[in-house]
Design a protein. Structure first.
Lengths: 185, 309
């Protein structure tokens, strides 16, 4: 983890804020465009798969998400929600601010799952969400790990592929597992 | 959900196998599978549990019972128990479906098949069923080592990764023929690639400039190379490929010519019937192509000189 605790340096946080301010328009732009064009978007698709597998958890309610985000990422919490399609839904806050499409409970671990089909975007997300404030937010929301799923552009994975990837990732030795990881499927 | 390509592909293959009457139920009892997994792949069994329990609420107590050595099949619905067994095979042993075919010697060959539509997943899946670590990743502990042993213990002779392009599904007859061909090849784990390899076609177009080679040949050759690279058994002389360990080369009885086949992470140089295998990164392919072209022109001038003589 590069940035340690969120209070360790305000400069660090300002720089992060500037970088992250671009996120919904920059990183999730493709999702916006695709959703508008009526195409299947990776996070929506992943959420559907999670529902079909019956492993999803209810997302934390909006008040709690808003409070935690505002404490750790004050600049983002002020600026970004204006751009959300639906600022009153906690799922939008989770998806666009924290890159969480679904929250999943597997083998005693709470996992936050994000999804993308673009390798570069996946790298950006993994590096971005590994940073201190995001880690602190996840801890407060009771999330142990964040996984960014990198799918084929045509979303070719089957549910059994997803399950096998989960088993492969979770069977790694605890010392080898990072809090925010890229899962190719 | 309308976009569920991976799932649909699995269902399609299962349907074809059913039509041709080669699809079979899991070859072992639920209890035996659970006990084997508990002994050899315990981590996988434990991690597969939530997926099973979510799909089949009754599966949890069955699992516990089977681990403790109880016989659960007496009280369970046999159809449901078969489904749970199949699902457990899928989760822990990468087996989407099982088929049984007769090979040319009339012996039954039981084959586990893992279907995928994603070309990027082919190599990871092959590594998995061969019980290997991911390429070059020596830092992580390999927990799938015992997968081949468990597979053998269950009486499954071969394990195939079947790569499909769901947009252009192959002819069912071709699929079944490939399955029978796989049963006759010695390798225990194989890749059946019914995808159209785009990269290879591109390379074929490039090499068209120097020497015309039919794309179908390239496809055949590359599939051969892929299959043989993926094999864990000792390669033999059948199929036109021979491996000579002395100078680490694959000899191939194919038409002579110079040709570069680019696969996922490696390029293969075919020179005058010799397959020189080189695991080079794809970025270096242009270099290889330049080399290939150079050798080509050299040979041409030599031939011209011969003609003059």
């Amino acid at each position: 983890m590069r940035a340690s605790s969120p209070d360790s340096g305000s400069i660090c946080r300002v720089i992060l804020a500037v970088e992250v301010r671009e996120m919904p328009t920059l990183v999730f732009r493709k999702d916006y465009e695709n959703r508008k064009a009526g195409r299947t978007v990776p996070p929506d698709w992943l959420r559907a798969q999670v529902d079909a597998m019956g492993i999803g958890l209810q997302p934390p309610d909006l008040v709690r998400v808003r409070e935690v985000v505002a404490r750790h990422l004050p600049a983002e919490a002020r600026v970004l929600p204006k751009h959300f399609p639906n600022p009153d839904a906690s799922s939008d806050w989770l998806q666009h601010l924290l890159g969480i499409a679904a929250i999943v409970r597997l083998n005693g671990e709470t996992l936050a799952w994000g999804a993308t089909t673009d390798p570069e975007e996946a790298q950006v997300l993994v590096e971005g969400f590994a940073q201190g404030p995001y880690s602190a937010i996840r801890r407060e929301l009771g999330i142990d790990y964040q996984w960014i799923w990198l799918f084929h552009p045509d979303l070719l994975a089957s549910r059994s592929d997803i399950a096998q990837c989960c088993i492969a990732e979770q069977s790694e030795h605890p010392h080898d597992r990072h809090e925010c990881v890229l899962v190719r499927c | 959900m309308e976009r569920d390509v991976g799932q649909q592909a699995e269902d399609w293959v299962r349907q074809i196998a059913h039509q041709y009457k080669i699809l079979i139920d899991p070859p072992c009892s639920f209890e035996r599978l659970v006990r084997l997994l508990d002994e050899n792949l315990q981590v996988q069994l434990n991690l597969a549990r939530p997926f099973l329990e979510n799909a089949y609420p009754a599966a949890g107590p069955w699992l516990d019972g089977a681990i403790r050595g109880k016989v659960v099949s007496k009280q369970a619905d046999p159809r449901l128990l078969l489904d749970v067994t199949a699902r457990l095979l899928d989760l822990a042993l990468c087996t989407d479906l099982l088929v049984r075919v007769r090979d040319n010697n009339g012996r039954h060959c039981l084959m586990a098949i893992d279907v995928t539509c994603n070309p990027a997943q082919v190599q990871p899946k092959l590594n998995l069923i061969q019980g290997k670590r991911e390429d070059g990743d020596r830092t992580r502990f390999n927990r799938m080592q015992k997968l081949p042993a468990v597979r053998r213990e269950l009486g499954i002779d071969k394990h195939l990764v079947l790569a499909l392009d769901f947009g252009r599904l192959p002819d069912p007859v071709q699929l079944v023929e490939e399955l029978y061909a796989a049963a006759n090849r010695p390798a225990r784990t194989q890749l059946i690639d019914l995808n159209t390899p785009v990269q290879v076609e591109e390379v074929a177009q490039q090499s068209d400039q120097t020497q015309p080679i039919r794309p179908s040949e390239v496809k055949k050759l590359s599939r051969l190379v892929r299959t043989w690279l993926g094999s864990e058994g000792e390669p033999t002389a059948s199929g036109g490929l021979r491996y000579t360990s002395q100078d680490r080369r694959w000899e191939i009885e194919a038409e002579p010519g110079l040709l570069l086949i680019t696969l996922d992470r490696m390029a293969v140089l075919v020179d005058n019937g010799y397959l020189a295998l080189a695991a080079i990164p794809v970025e270096h392919v242009p270099l290889f192509e330049a080399l290939a072209r150079h050798v080509q022109s050299e040979r041409r001038t030599r031939t011209e000189r011969d003609w003059e003589r």
